[in-house]
Design a protein around this ligand. Structure first.
Ligand code: PLP
Length: 431
C-alpha cells in the first residue's frame, strides 16, 4: 500500500516511511491511497474467525509490502493478547470495553502495534530511532508500555509536572530501560510546543531520527479499526442496524471505525460524542470548522480544541458535507451531564462507567430518541479506576485496584525535570 499526504496527493510513500516519519515532510497527515473492501463472506462468517484472524485480514492490505505475513501474524499475537468484551447494558445498548490491556486505556493496541512495526523497521537501520511524545495523561503510559524493551527505539515522553494523575505518572516514569520521562515545568501545551519545535529543528533532524507516537502516525491509528470488527462479530446477530458511539478527542479512534466501514463492515451510523470541547459537534451543525483553545474537563483525554484526525474523516467521505452527515452525528455534553450519566448507568444497570464512556453513553441516548430501532454500542475507552476521584465522588463507592495498576503504584518514579526547550535538545543530542 502506498500512502500520500493530505497536502499533496501526488507524492506517495511506503507504509514503512509513513511510520518512520510520522507526519509527511509537508506537515500533512498520511492516508492510504485506497481502501479495498473485504469479501462479503468475511463479514458473513466473522463469528467463526478468531481475533487474530480478523485483525490479520483487516490490516493486511495496509502493510503487506513492508511486513512479511509471518511477521505480521507474530506482531498481532503480541499486540492482541487480551480481551475486548461486549457487555449488554440496556435492551438496545451495549458497551465495548477497550481497557483490558496493560495500561487499561484503549491506546494500548495502537501503541503496541506501532512499537512492533518500528522495531521491525529499525532492525536494518544503522542508527536508533527516537520516539518523542507529549502527553496529558493516557498516551504516555500506553506508549511507554508498548515500546518497553523494543530494540533500536528510544522513547522520550514529556508530561506536565503535577498535571497528570498519580496512576498516570507512575505508568510513564517507572519503566526505565529505553523509556525516558521528562517532567516539564509547564502545561500540556508547553510540552506539545517543545515536541513540535524539536521536529522542526534542523540540527536535530541532521543528527537524530525522530518520530512521533500520537494518532497522526498511521501505525497507531489504523489498528484501532480492529475494535469495531470485534464488536460487530459479537453483535451482528442482535441487530442489522448497529451504531457506534465513540468518545472522541483527536478523532483517531472514530476515524479508524470509519475505515472498518470502508472495508465493508455493515454499520448504520457513527456518533462522535465529545465533552464541551465541541468543535466537531458545531461543525456538523453549521458546516464551519472553528478551532478553539481546549477547555479542561473530567473526561480529560478528550480535551482537544483542534482534533488532528478530523481532516482524515472528511477525506474518507470525499470532503462532501452531506455524505458525512449521513454517516456521522456529533453531540457534546457537560461535566454535570457526564456525572449524571455515570450515576444513572450505575443505579439502573449496575455498571461503573468512566467519564469518557459516560459521554459515549449520552451520545447514544440522544441519537436513539430519534432512531429507537438501532442497537447502539458505546466504547469504554478507559477503566474507571484511572479516573478514580471523579467516579468515587459521583458514586460514593470504593473501586478495586486491578493488578496492572497495583503493580506500578509500588514502583519508584524516575524523571528528568526540564523547563526549557534547550534542555530537551541537549538531552536528545548528547545521549
Ligand atoms: C485518547 C482517549 C480518547 C480519545 O480518543 P481519540 O482517538 O483521540 O478521539 C478517549 N478516551 C480515552 C480514555 C483516551 O485515552
Amino acid at each position: 500500500m502506498r500512502y500520500y499526504s493530505l497536502n499533496n496527493p501526488k507524492q506517495t510513500t511506503s507504509f514503512k516511511e509513513a511510520v518512520v516519519q510520522g507526519i509527511a515532510p509537508d506537515r500533512g497527515l498520511y492516508v492510504p491511497e485506497r481502501i479495498s473492501k473485504l469479501t462479503d463472506s468475511f463479514f458473513q462468517n466473522i463469528d467463526e474467525l478468531s481475533q487474530h484472524e480478523i485483525a490479520f485480514q483487516a490490516i493486511h492490505q495496509f502493510v503487506q509490502e513492508d511486513i512479511p505475513d509471518s511477521t505480521l501474524k507474530e506482531i498481532l499475537e503480541k499486540v492482541l493478547d487480551f480481551e475486548f468484551p461486549v457487555i449488554p447494558i440496556e435492551e438496545n445498548i451495549s458497551t465495548l470495553e477497550l481497557f483490558h490491556g496493560p495500561t487499561m486505556a484503549f491506546k494500548d493496541v495502537g501503541a503496541r502495534f506501532m512499537a512492533n512495526c518500528l522495531g521491525h523497521f529499525s532492525q536494518d537501520r544503522s542508527s536508533e530511532v527516537t520516539v518523542l511524545v507529549a502527553t496529558s495523561g493516557d498516551t504516555g503510559g500506553a506508549v511507554a508500555n508498548g515500546f518497553l524493551g523494543v530494540e533500536g527505539v528510544r522513547v522520550v515522553i514529556l508530561y506536565p509536572s503535577g498535571k497528570v494523575s498519580e496512576i498516570q505518572e507512575k505508568q510513564l516514569t517507572t519503566l526505565g530501560q529505553n523509556i525516558v520521562a521528562m517532567e516539564v515545568d509547564g502545561t500540556f501545551d508547553d510540552c506539545q510546543r517543545m515536541v513540535k519545535t524539536a521536529f522542526l529543528d534542523a540540527e536535530l533532524k541532521e543528527n537524530r531520527k525522530l518520530t512521533s507516537a500520537n494518532s497522526i502516525n498511521v501505525a497507531r491509528w489504523l489498528p484501532q479499526l480492529f475494535y469495531f470488527l470485534f464488536a460487530y462479530k459479537t453483535l451482528k446477530s442482535k441487530s442489522n442496524e448497529i451504531v457506534f458511539s465513540v468518545p472522541s478527542g483527536n478523532f483517531g479512534n472514530i476515524c479508524a471505525g470509519m475505515v472498518a466501514q470502508k472495508l465493508g463492515m455493515p454499520v448504520n451510523h457513527f456518533l462522535a460524542s465529545t465533552n464541551v470541547n465541541d468543535v466537531v459537534p458545531k461543525f456538523m451543525k453549521k458546516g464551519e470548522y472553528i478551532p478553539q483553545p481546549s477547555v479542561a474537563t473530567i473526561s480529560n483525554a478528550m480535551d482537544v480544541g483542534d482534533p488532528s484526525n478530523f481532516v482524515r474523516i472528511q477525506h474518507l467521505y470525499g470532503n462532501d458535507f452531506e455524505n458525512l452527515q449521513e454517516n456521522l452525528s456529533s453531540y457534546s455534553f457537560t461535566d454535570e451531564e457526564t456525572k449524571e450519566a455515570i450515576l444513572h448507568v450505575y443505579e439502573n444497570f449496575g455498571y461503573v462507567a468512566d467519564p469518557h464512556g459516560a459521554v459515549g453513553y449520552l451520545g447514544l441516548k440522544k441519537y436513539q430518541q430519534k432512531h429507537p430501532n438501532t442497537h447502539g454500542v458505546f466504547l469504554e475507552t478507559a477503566h474507571p479506576v484511572k479516573f478514580l476521584d471523579v467516579v468515587k465522588e459521583t458514586l460514593n463507592i470504593e473501586i478495586d485496584i486491578p493488578p496492572q495498576i497495583e503493580q506500578v503504584l509500588g514502583k519508584t518514579k524516575q524523571s528528568i525535570k526540564i523547563c526549557a526547550y534547550e534542555q530537551l535538545k541537549t538531552f536528545l543530542l548528547d545521549s
